[in-house]
Design a protein around this ligand. Structure first.
Ligand SMILES: [Zn+2]
Ligand SMILES: [Zn+2]
Length: 392
């Protein structure tokens, strides 16, 4: 029975592969930046509609987001797969989101061919702008996951890493206001906003020694005056503040804001702050779900690297993981070579036969994990228990 089920999934993946490969290659050829993924999102939507999904597009008022749903004939849990398709400036799909999208959308389509028989609902979400202003944040804050039981997103990488953590992050801009004056004739009449901003940077440097080694505070000055003979009346800096969890991030953020206030105070200027990009929460891997996925991978001959991949970056999947049990594992597309993401070399790995085979394996593990959760409610219960315990 189990073997039958597994064989069916394998056959479905083989049948679907040419369409997924075409999807990934089309998106590779047409790289689009965050919130400009018009062609890429449309290509996903067309494929999902062709396979019988009901699609809401645009979704939540976001032009390049979509929500595709396939409801099985039998009741059952709701499984979500999250697709990405944004590219990077200059290097196109250096993060491999062309293949990421094909993999997660592919898993959704394969599972949809099983839920009429075994029960359940499949949701595929098209989540724009992961590299900048990720809309998983918008979706996690809306009602998107209210009726969803578990959520998956898988990412191409240079190894098969189990789902790990990522840093909580806030993107904060600091605006300093002063008063212009002739820098030589009457500097005493001015208030130097750039000095306020530089004080702020120095204050952050003093703070940095006393912050937790895993936390990060880093920024740049985006505006700092126009001419050397004019006292600048405006300066603006953009910062990222990152920490391993939300409580520490909130504490650290307050300290960084005080650094800016003190910088402004010393230069007799005013300071305002606000967010310039969405804030990302830290990724909380559901370990029960992660173990189940890793087991499925092992059955397919892949040992997941379980020194978990703790990312010193931040991702919008973090927000999802704090509203629904979720995992974000990685699959290898670099054929044993150490190739970092965000490079042209990594981008081109997405076109290789090895990468497509990794996509097939990943889709298989993703759908087998979902199938097991649908058919064994006790397992899903365990996943939910862990979620309730970690996030209460
Ligand atoms: Zn990425
Ligand atoms: Zn990236």
């Amino acid at each position: 029975m189990t073997q039958d089920r597994d064989k069916k999934i394998k056959t479905l993946i083989k049948e679907l592969r040419p369409e997924l490969q075409a999807l990934s290659e089309y998106i590779y050829e047409h790289p689009e930046l965050g919130h400009e993924e018009v062609k890429s999102s449309k290509a996903h939507v067309e494929l999902l509609e062709k396979h019988g999904f009901q699609v809401e597009y645009p979704y939540l008022g976001i032009e390049t987001a979509f929500k595709a749903v396939y409801k099985g004939e039998k009741e059952g849990p709701s499984i979500a797969y999250l697709s990405e398709y944004d590219a990077l400036p200059g290097i196109g799909h250096g993060c491999g989101h062309n293949l990421l999208g094909a993999t997660d959308t592919g898993a959704g389509i394969v599972l949809s061919k099983r839920v009429d028989e075994i029960g359940g609902t499949v949701v595929v979400l098209g989540t724009p702008a992961e590299e900048t202003n990720g809309d998983k944040v918008t979706m996690a804050a809306a009602d998107t996951f209210d009726a969803v039981d578990v959520a998956f997103c898988t990412h191409p990488s240079d190894g098969y890493y189990a789902s790990g953590t990522s840093m909580a992050m806030e993107a904060i801009e600091f605006r300093f206001y002063g008063k212009t004056a002739h820098a030589a004739a009457a500097p005493f009449e001015g208030k130097n906003a750039l000095d306020a901003c530089i004080n702020f940077f120095n204050n952050v440097s003093s703070l940095r020694q006393q912050i937790h080694p895993t936390a990060r505070v880093h920024g740049v000055i985006k505006e700092g005056g126009e001419a050397a003979n004019v006292i600048p009346d405006y300066a603006r800096a953009e910062f990222y503040v990152r920490a391993m969890d939300m409580p520490y991030l909130n504490k650290l953020k307050e300290k960084v804001i005080r650094c800016a206030e003190a910088g402004a105070l010393a230069a007799d200027c005013k300071m305002e702050w606000g967010h310039y990009e969405a804030s990302y929460k830290n990724m909380i891997t559901n370990e029960t779900l992660s173990s189940l996925y890793n087991e499925k991978m092992q059955e397919l001959g892949i040992d997941m690297i379980t020194e978990e991949r703790d990312s010193m970056g931040s991702m919008d999947m973090g927000n999802v993981s704090q509203v629904v049990p979720a995992i974000n594992p990685y699959f290898e597309i670099t054929n044993g070579k150490a190739v970092s993401a965000h490079t042209t070399e990594f981008r081109d790995c997405t076109l290789t036969e090895e990468a497509y085979q990794a996509m097939e394996k990943t889709i298989e593990a993703l759908t087998l994990t979902a199938t097991e959760l649908i058919m064994d409610p006790k397992k899903l219960e365990k996943v939910k228990e862990e979620f309730d315990q970690t996030l209460k």
